[in-house]
Unconditional design. Structure first.
Length: 303
């Protein structure tokens, strides 16, 4: 075994031990249980049987039919994610006529101690399953009823992009465009890659989950999809995005791939990624004023 492989295996063992300690299945409030706050609590959205934490940001000026951006974080096996909030806030600050909603995925807890209902799993691809995908789909449907958007764009990072890709195939009329960043879009190949990288048996064998690449035939031919991956990404190697793109294009889907030279896995907040999101949003209404305070935004009640 080469020294490089030994180093990778040792790093993988450390990561797995952290995973085992940090990724015990976590549940939020049980489905059907009364919410802890008022029924109109602005920080939550219903997704099927689940109650999911949401952080909502608006542009300085928002029309009656804004552009809706929904943001999904990655699997975050070692921390409590909130970078989805940063992404949503930056989009709302930079773009006109936008409502940006960062969703805390089922079973996850954020740094403020809020926990979405559902099961987090062990973050080995298990939580990209049909239950969680359908919960996110229902939450987006609820957000559409609240905001009556003229365009819906979903941006997902890593495991969040896998769920976003599942949505494209299972609910082809739900969203207009998607940004898939650092996507592990082929579960079987991704798990083999992670097994080779870490040597950990948690990535061995089949898994009862959804694989995004299998959902491609169900995608709408009209949906616009941009994929972004770092050329040095070892967690979700570029080949996974390339195979998804190739299959989609072969079937007549509107999918393009952008590779960022020298970048690794944690690229969601890169300016180049935010620029691709802006391109997917399309143009705001003619004469719509620019944000009053560029670079700043604030969370607001949904609806």
């Amino acid at each position: 075994m080469t020294r490089k492989r030994q180093v990778l295996r040792i790093a993988g063992l450390i990561a797995f031990l952290a995973l085992a300690l940090a990724a015990t299945p976590v549940r939020g409030e049980a489905p059907g249980q009364p919410p802890s706050g008022p029924a109109s609590d602005p920080g939550w959205v219903t997704g099927g049987p689940y109650r999911l934490k949401a952080a909502v940001f608006r542009s300085a000026t928002v029309s009656a039919a804004p552009r809706l951006v929904v943001v999904l974080h990655g699997d975050a096996p070692f921390n409590k994610p909130d970078y989805q909030n940063t992404f949503a806030a930056r989009v709302a600050a930079a773009e006109r006529d936008v409502v940006a909603v960062a969703l805390l995925r089922p079973g996850y807890t954020d740094p403020q101690g809020n926990t979405s209902d559902g099961v987090r799993g062990v973050t080995n691809g298990d939580n990209w399953n049909a239950t969680n995908t359908e919960a996110i789909a229902a939450a987006i449907g609820e957000l559409k009823r609240r905001y009556h958007p003229r365009r819906v764009v979903v941006a997902g990072h890593s495991g969040g992009s896998a769920i976003t890709a599942n949505l494209l195939g299972r609910h082809p009329g739900l969203i207009d465009a998607a940004l898939l960043v650092s996507c592990p879009c082929d579960v079987a190949r991704w798990r083999r890659s992670m097994l080779e990288l870490t040597g950990q048996p948690v990535f061995r064998g089949p898994l009862d989950t959804l694989s995004a690449i299998d959902q491609v035939p169900g995608m709408s031919d009209r949906a616009e999809v941009t994929m972004v991956v770092g050329s040095q990404d070892k967690v979700a190697p570029p080949a996974l995005s390339e195979s998804y793109r190739d299959r989609a294009v072969k079937l007549g889907k509107r999918v393009r791939l952008v590779e960022l030279p020298g970048k690794e896995h944690e690229i969601f907040l890169e300016p180049a990624v935010l620029a691709e999101l802006a391109a997917l949003l399309g143009a705001p209404p003619a004469g719509d004023p620019a944000p009053a305070h560029p670079g700043k935004t604030r969370p607001v009640p949904p609806g």
